[in-house]
Every structure is written in structure tokens, then in C-alpha cells.
Write a protein that binds this ligand. Structure first.
Ligand code: CMC
Length: 428
């Protein structure tokens, strides 16, 4: 294969190098385009064809349905690893040894106390506030309580910031839920595993000895692993671009949480459940909702379907669908919502509209069914996604800073008014 690409503009040819990744993907390096062509830029709204960076963290092939973290398949990690191991792998590049993992967990535990004054900020939010808004604000507020900026030249400084946020974020997540439910805050238990502790902080009751349910722990562990990274998606790109101005780790993460909130991204898991419940309340008429999804005059979309990069299947959705079946069976729950989801999936997979557009169930289509079986409130679903995505965001932020990437600053093609004279207010 040639190692350059030629672009011809107005009869003049410009050559640009081709860059090849380790999985043989090829990119045209257009760094010199604007300078060489005297101001011409590329236009790619939604960045459908634009690589924003080189990254060694996550590989995905949307055509083949492949997802790998640092070279390990998502299927193998979901089956054999736990969430903290995966977090370490994503952030530092290799699976931890037993000692490394133990140290990592101990350091996280040492950093899991949240300043009591954060509690005051939490109390100032109305109970009706959406947990994603609260989580984003509290994550941002953590900066005020940990004002020293991270010296990215220092591995130690970087490590300390990482264990701090991995320790404190689950506390903020649990507090956000408990505040909504009017429950006293729980500070966790150091003797528990990372994921066990998250569940304890969320579900313990002040008048009842808390006992962990292994089915819940295993299910949440798997869900968090499946959500842990997904290369340059909307929230991750937000974290990288925010951090590229050398803004700190915590505020970059707060920006990522806000980006994740939207229903086209992480907010889809809540939207899926709301959609399935609406279908159930409507007598289970899936055909009506299929027709709405296909109607171009109706803004309704089949939530949990479609993906920017997966055009064959989402490997995470396969694992989650199986997990949903197993969890519900193990808990002895028969949920009509799961049956509606399966029916809808079957119809969509046979419908030419969805087939032609290569629309398949994504990671969020079945995750809500599992969260629901675990008694996690619907408004908390996207928050659970955020806690899963945390190691991915951290890994991407760290990589971006260590690679000394320049500030993210896209260009635009201006389509507004050309120069005109100011009109005084009385003459308008
Ligand atoms: N229901 C109905 N039609 C759809 C859907 C859907 N869920 N998704 C895409 N389409 C249609 C869309 O109308 C368009 O049709 P046409 O070519 O006739 O104009 C075509 O398929 C291509 O869609 P697009 O919006 O150009 O594709 P995109 O890559 O920009 O969007 C997406 C990807 C995930 C935003 C979109 O598929 C969607 O809105 N899905 C529903 C929301 C959802 O489940 N989001 C979670 C994504 S996975 C988890 C995560 O990353 O956070």
C-alpha cells in the first residue's frame, strides 16, 4: 500500500503521509494541510471520520464487533477479571500483580474519606435534582477541597490524584442516591472489596445489619467492566479536550460526567427503561413504538439501539443480555420488561429499517434491566455508568497529558453574515 495520500485542489496536488496503527488501521495525517494549502481545512461534523488522537488504551472494530482493553478482549475480562484489576489495567497499561493490586486497593481505601463540608454542599441540592447534575457538581467541588494541581511530570503526584478520585467518587455516588432517598450517609467499610463497598454504601440501612448479595456484586462488577472504556466517545473526548487546557483531573472528569448525562450517550440506559415501561403501560404494543422510531416526523428513537461505531453488533450488549437472563433467574425475578425488551430486539433485527441502517442493541439496551433487578433507582442508572467509565476517563486523561498533546481547538467554516455596519437601536 502507498504510504501517502494525494489531495488535488484546483489542479494542485498535495501529499500527506499515511499513518498505520498496530491493528493495521490507516489514517491520513493532515497536520500540514492548512499551512500547505493556504487556509483550507477539513469539515467533519460529529467527527465521524476524524481521529482526534493516537491512543494505546482501547481498540474497537465496529464492523467485526471487537472491543479490547490494552489488548485483552472484553469477553475475557468480563469473565475473568474484577473491576479494580481492569481499572489498573486501563490506567497503567498492564494487569496488576497480586501485590500491585493490593497496594492500589489500599491506597484507594486510604483516600476514600470525603470532607464533611462536601456533605453541606450535597444538602443544599433539592431532593428532586437529577443525580447526574449533583454528581458532576460534587466532582467539580472536590477540586476546591484538593486545590493542589497535579504535577503531571511526577508519577507520584499523578498516582495520588488517581487513587483519590477512585476512592471518593463511589462515596459521592452513594451519597447522591441516599440523599434522594432521605437516608443517612454511609461511609463504607474498609474490609470490603471495591464493588462490594459501593453496594454497601448505596444500600445499607441504619437499623439493619448489611449483608452483601453475591449476585448483585458479580453483576455490578461485570457491568462496570463493560462500561470501563470505549475509546474516543463523547464524554471521553470531553475529558481529554477539557484536560488539554491543563485543567485538573477532577474538573475534567466533572465535564465528562456532564457529557455522559445526555440521552444519546450514557443517559440512554435510563431512557431505555422509561421507554420499556411506557410500552408496558401501553399494553405491550411494540409495533406502535417500532413505527414511531421509523417515522421521520416523530423525534422518537428506539433507545438502546444504534451506535456510532458498531455496525454489526455491540459485543458488550451480548454479554449484558446473557447476564440479565442469569441475574433475573438467580434472583427468581420474572420481569415483563425483559420480555418486552427481547420482543423489541427480535422485531428490530428483522425490520428492514434497522437492518439497512445497521442498528443493533447497544450496551444500554439490557443494562437497565439488571440495575432494576438490583433495586437501583432509574435516575441512578447513568450514575452507575459514570462510575464504570471513571477508570477509562482517568486513563485517557493521563495518556493525553503524558503524550503532551496540544490544546484541543477545532477550526470551523464560518457561514454567518459578512461584514456590515452597526445600526443604532432607534433605526432597527
Ligand atoms: N432509532 C431509530 N432510528 C435510528 C436510531 C434509533 N435508535 N439510531 C439511528 N437511527 C437512524 C437515524 O435516524 C438515521 O437514519 P437516516 O439515515 O434515515 O437519517 C440513521 O439511523 C443513522 O443514525 P445517526 O443518528 O446518523 O447515527 P449516529 O452514529 O450519529 O448516532 C446514536 C448514533 C447512538 C446517537 C444513535 O444510534 C441513537 O440516537 N441511538 C439511540 C440512543 C442510544 O441508545 N444511545 C446509546 C449509545 S451506546 C452507549 C453510549 O455510547 O453511551
Amino acid at each position: 500500500m502507498a504510504n501517502t495520500a494525494t489531495i488535488e485542489i484546483g489542479g494542485k496536488k498535495y501529499e500527506f503521509p499515511l499513518v498505520e496503527g498496530t491493528e493495521k488501521e490507516v489514517a491520513i495525517d493532515i497536520k500540514s494541510l492548512r499551512a500547505a494549502t493556504n487556509g483550507i481545512i477539513t469539515l467533519d461534523s460529529g467527527y465521524k471520520n476524524t481521529g482526534s488522537c493516537e491512543s494505546a488504551i482501547t481498540f474497537l472494530d465496529g464492523e467485526k464487533g471487537i472491543l479490547r482493553y490494552r489488548g485483552y478482549s472484553i469477553e475475557e475480562l468480563a469473565e475473568k477479571a474484577d473491576f479494580l484489576e481492569v481499572a489498573y489495567l486501563l490506567i497503567f497499561g498492564e494487569l496488576p500483580t497480586k501485590d500491585e493490586l493490593e497496594k492500589f486497593h489500599n491506597d484507594i481505601k486510604k483516600n476514600s474519606i470525603v470532607d464533611e463540608d462536601v456533605h453541606k454542599i450535597l444538602n443544599a441540592f433539592p431532593k428532586a435534582a437529577h443525580p447526574m447534575g449533583v454528581l458532576s457538581s460534587l466532582t467539580s467541588a472536590l477540586t476546591a477541597f484538593n486545590p493542589s494541581s497535579v504535577n503531571v511530570e511526577s508519577e507520584e503526584d499523578m498516582y495520588n490524584a488517581i487513587v483519590k478520585i477512585l476512592g471518593k467518587m463511589p462515596v459521592l455516588v452513594a451519597w447522591t442516591m441516599r440523599k434522594k432517598q432521605g437516608l443517612p450517609l454511609d461511609y463504607g467499610d474498609d474490609s470490603l472489596g471495591y464493588v462490594e463497598n459501593i453496594l454497601k454504601m448505596m444500600f445499607s440501612k441504619p437499623n439493619h445489619k448489611y449483608e452483601n448479595n453475591k449476585i448483585y456484586v458479580d453483576a455490578l462488577d461485570k457491568l462496570l467492566i463493560l462500561h470501563a472504556d470505549h475509546e474516543q466517545n463523547c464524554s471521553t473526548s470531553t475529558v481529554r479536550i477539557t484536560g488539554s487546557s491543563h485543567a485538573g483531573l477532577f474538573v475534567s472528569l466533572a465535564a465528562g460526567i456532564s457529557a455522559l448525562w445526555g440521552p444519546l450517550h450514557g443517559g440512554a440506559n435510563q431512557a431505555v427503561l422509561e421507554m420499556l415501561e411506557a410500552i408496558k403501560a401501553d399494553g405491550g404494543d411494540t409495533a406502535k413504538y417500532m413505527a414511531k422510531a421509523k417515522d421521520k416526523n416523530d423525534p422518537f428513537r428506539l433507545m438502546g439501539f444504534g451506535h456510532r461505531v458498531y455496525k454489526n453488533f455491540d459485543p458488550r450488549a451480548r454479554i449484558i443480555k446473557k447476564a440479565a437472563d442469569e441475574v433475573l433467574e438467580a434472583l427468581g425475578i420474572e420481569d415483563p420488561i425483559l420480555e418486552i425488551a427481547k420482543g423489541l430486539e427480535k422485531e428490530a433485527l428483522e425490520d428492514p429499517y434497522f437492518v439497512e441502517r445497521k442498528l443493533y442493541p447497544n450496551v444500554d439496551f439490557y443494562s437497565g434491566v439488571i440495575y432494576r433487578a438490583m433495586n437501583i433507582p432509574q435516575e441512578m442508572f447513568t450514575v452507575m455508568f459514570a462510575i464504570g467509565r471513571l477508570p477509562g476517563w482517568i486513563a485517557q486523561w493521563r495518556e493525553m497529558r503524558l503524550r503532551k498533546e496540544p490544546i484541543g481547538r477545532p477550526r470551523q467554516l464560518y457561514i454567518g453574515e459578512t461584514e456590515r455596519s452597526f445600526v443604532p437601536i432607534e433605526k432597527r
